[in-house]
Write a protein that binds this ligand. Structure first.
Ligand code: BGP
Length: 478
């Protein structure tokens, strides 16, 4: 029976704007993430260009990884991490995106982080852009809709490749690039900056602009991949897809067709471009139907063909159910929700819990792309209780992860070439959808609340020892 490969990359994942804090320290510029206020389950986050005092901006302090990275990485090492997925803050390297020179203190910070990881033989997996572009790229250039931003990004990426070519092998050009399929996420990617907007709610949207912004991001990725391989032929580049596994709510043929069409469009388009080098027929037709005129010339088409990634990564939190018929009960989810699935339970934030869906996804994705796969995000956001004796009993998190790892193991037995698993938010961090701190994912509790108060002390949850045992047994002891 097949088991996880002996060099399986067990680890965890975070993103700069959700952990680092120090938002203006050592020359960092403002990022789009720095102008988004805290929200809640019911109140959406706001974009506020003016930095109003009455608002809390969670990224400004986050969980202060910037000053705690040594302690945090030591804790990752104690769990036995083989890899750590992190992102680099573009605005720490180029504070305005178009600065004449990179910021030396920003460059140094990541050298220091990589050196610390190396001490413990932890492989860095680096996301170049995780919903975090310099604000000036949004305000001066109107973000990714402007083709000049392709060059700014490539310059930024090449700067990283040159500086970190001895320290980093695994790169991910963009986090969840297909989030751009949804208007609400275009803001996070800096595709447009609308000061009136509320984050993660439907705002005025121009699909032509949005899909062209996405197209520019994929051209930028291809160009960066080509340049990166020239700098170090051992670099690996991964696409990162927000994979929403979809089920027909009924077996009515119309529901089956609906799910197939949405799967082709939302899940496959970006992965096809970034792994096969061209848009799939379905997406091209669909975009045309939606009035999108893709600005993609023959030179750019050739770049997409040449600059393909070599491994597939995705985030998986839940599945959604869809139907052409009306159903009243709905669920939430990562980026999008669906209709309530009577066979699944849900998290406190109403995200369906579906471990089998992970196996289904792995089989489907491997069958389509036949490249090594890495799960770069998976986990459960919960309100954790810090007990008076300094313990956190998160058995619900252990249960969620155990069930998912079990299905992941079965997918390996099925023959899927899986190379790694990064638990999302291995260290408690700021939630993207709500900006809240109380929605926690970590094995490590951070003492900080939604107003930014707290000692920032790190505390091991029960899941910490559990994950250490999982890694020590290479996934056989769940
Ligand atoms: C993904 C993002 C992550 C992360 C995760 C959990 O879409 O890539 O950055 O935040 O979702 O979502 P949330 O923080 O809203 O619970």
């Amino acid at each position: 029976m097949k088991n996880f490969r002996s060099d399986f990359l067990w680890g965890g994942a975070t993103a700069a704007n959700q952990v680092e804090g120090a938002y203006l320290e050592d020359g960092k510029g403002l990022s789009v993430a720095d102008i988004v206020t805290v929200g809640s389950h019911t109140a959406p986050r706001r974009i506020s260009l003016e930095m109003k005092e009455e608002y809390t901006y969670p990224s400004h302090t986050a969980v202060d990884f910037y000053h705690h990275y040594k302690e945090d990485i030591a804790l990752f090492a104690e769990m036995g991490f083989k890899a750590y997925r992190m992102s680099i803050s573009w605005a720490r390297i180029f504070p305005h995106g178009d600065d004449a020179m990179p910021n030396p203190k920003g460059i140094q910070f990541y050298h220091d982080v990589f050196a610390e990881l190396k001490k413990y033989a932890i492989e860095p997996i680096v996301t170049i852009s995780h919903s975090d572009i310099p604000l000036a790229v949004g305000t001066r250039y109107h973000g990714w809709v402007n083709k000049q931003v392709i060059d700014l990004y490539v310059r930024y990426a090449v700067t990283l490749f040159e500086h970190y070519k001895e320290e980093v092998r695994y790169w991910i050009p963009f986090n969840e690039i297909n989030d751009m399929f949804l208007p609400m996420s275009a803001l996070g990617q800096g595709a447009l900056i609308d000061p009136e907007a509320q984050f993660f709610t439907q705002q005025k949207d121009d699909p032509n602009e949005r899909f062209n912004a996405l197209n520019n991001m994929m051209i930028a990725s291809a160009k960066a991949v080509i340049r990166g391989r020239q700098i170090n032929s051992n670099f690996h580049f991964g696409t990162m897809i927000c994979h929403i596994t979809r089920y027909p709510r009924t077996c009515h043929p119309d529901d089956v067709l609906l799910v197939l069409k949405n799967d082709l469009f939302y899940n496959n388009t970006c992965a096809d471009v970034m792994l096969k080098g061209e848009y799939p027929f379905y997406a091209l037709n669909e975009l045309e139907k939606r009035g999108v005129a893709l600005q993609l010339n023959d030179t750019e088409k050739a770049l997409l063909k040449e600059g393909v990634c070599d491994y597939y990564t995705f985030s998986y939190y839940q599945s959604i159910s869809e139907s052409t018929q009306p159903f009243s009960e709905e669920t939430s989810g990562n980026i999008m929700g669906g209709i309530k699935n009577p066979y699944l339970t849900e998290t406190e934030w109403n995200w369906p819990i579906d471990p089998v869906g992970l196996r289904t996804t792995l089989l489907k994705v491997y069958d389509r792309y036949r490249v090594p796969i890495m799960i770069t995000e998976n986990g459960i956001g919960c309100v954790d209780q810090l007990e008076a004796d300094g313990t956190v009993h998160d058995d619900y998190r252990i249960a969620y992860l155990r069930d998912h790892l079990n299905e992941m193991r079965k997918a390996v037995e099925d023959g899927v070439d899986l190379i790694g698993y990064m638990a999302w938010g291995c260290l408690d961090l700021i939630s993207v959808s709500t900006g809240e701190m109380k929605k926690r994912y970590g094995f490590i509790y951070v003492d900080r609340d939604d107003e930014g108060n707290g000692s920032y002390r790190r505390i091991k949850k029960d899941s910490f020892a559990w994950y250490r045992k999982v890694i020590a047994s290479n996934g056989t002891d769940l």
